[in-house]
Ligand binder design. Structure first.
Ligand code: GTP
Ligand code: MG
Length: 295
């Protein structure tokens, strides 16, 4: 039996979380078109007849402007230190830049096999795919390379089988039926945050944090109360919207998905509170569960 760890690393918005969900054929990590969606590591566990792969999705590595962002980078850096294989996920539609150079240097330094995952090829011409692949390969000797579309593709057998070859022999680390080890409250908070990311723009998505406060089952209904934290009064106004319309939209979108996750009827209630500059306060960031703290 093969058994090992794979990290999905790269710049924000490259499609790491989309790929994690694709590999597991299940929505484990939240996804949005806004960069810096993922704020902490998210594990997805895949068990096949050949073995078990523990995939860890990481926050996109970027130039940090807040304490939260540097902790997100730290978390990604910590995760890649402890794996057998790194997938460097890159957005093939974007030109190579200093951000790519930085990430490439980071993954090179770990010293484990790195697979280049050239993502979003559904948006690229064939010649462009070849050109971009060549340009990346000239920069580093990747163990393997996979041009793919994390979004459009539904069969990742090739990638999974090849990955197994790089993993050590070993026993399963998780029971076969487990696909994620994230606490359910955190997964619920993430679903709510995803709806905020989808429904709002500018500063609001990045200034929002979500914490599940209560979760109680009565009969066949799960009642959940969650707190949404933003940094400014104006952001709170936007989140609530005219006569509460925005908050209602976010609530109902999240409620549907949480009900699916829990497999039961769900009633969600959201409260919005201003917590000034929480993104620069370690105690708050830790409380909300985002990012690793420096030594
Ligand atoms: N066209 C296309 N879009 C994709 C593909 N993969 C991901 N996307 C889109 O790219 C955006 C970012 O995807 P995510 O999976 O959230 O990216 P990420 O790398 O996890 O981003 P962070 O969490 O911010 O680091 C979303 O709008 C996805 O739908 C792909 O293969 N093709
Ligand atoms: Mg992500």
């Amino acid at each position: 039996m093969k058994s090992g760890f794979v990290a999905l690393a790269g710049r924000p918005n490259a499609g790491k979380s989309t790929l994690l969900n694709g590999l597991l054929s299940e929505k484990i990590a939240i996804v949005s078109s806004k960069p810096q969606t993922t704020r902490s590591q998210i594990r997805g566990i895949l068990t096949t007849s050949e073995g078990q792969i523990v995939f860890t999705d990481t926050p996109g590595i970027h130039k940090a402007n807040t304490r939260l962002e540097s902790r997100m980078n730290k978390e990604a850096a910590d995760v890649i230190q402890g794996v057998d294989v790194i997938y460097l996920v890159v957005d093939g539609t974007r030109a190579f830049g200093t951000g790519d150079e930085y990430v490439l240097r980071m993954v090179k330094n770990v010293g484990v096999p790195v697979f280049l995952i050239l993502n979003k090829i559904d948006q690229m011409k064939k010649e462009k795919v070849l050109k971009v692949l060549q340009s990346w390969q000239s920069r580093y000797e990747f163990a393997e390379f996979f041009p793919l579309s994390a979004l459009k593709q539904n069969d990742f057998t090739d990638l999974i089988t090849t990955t197994m070859n790089y993993l050590p022999e070993g026993d399963y680390m998780y029971p076969e039926e487990i696909t994620s080890d994230g606490p359910v409250r955190f997964r619920i908070a993430e679903i709510i945050r995803e709806k905020i990311l989808i429904c709002t723009d500018e500063e609001v998505p990045h200034a929002s944090a979500v914490v599940v406060e209560t979760m109680e089952t009565e009969g066949d209904v799960c009642y959940i109360q969650a707190l949404v934290l933003v940094e400014k009064q104006g952001q709170k106004g936007i989140l609530i919207g005219k006569q509460g319309s925005m908050l209602m939209k976010i609530t109902s979108m999240a409620e549907k998905e949480i009900a699916q996750l829990l497999g039961m009827k769900t009633e969600l209630e959201l409260f919005v509170r201003v917590e000034e500059e929480w993104r620069d306060r370690d105690a708050r960031i830790t409380e909300y569960g985002y990012g690793n703290i420096d030594e």
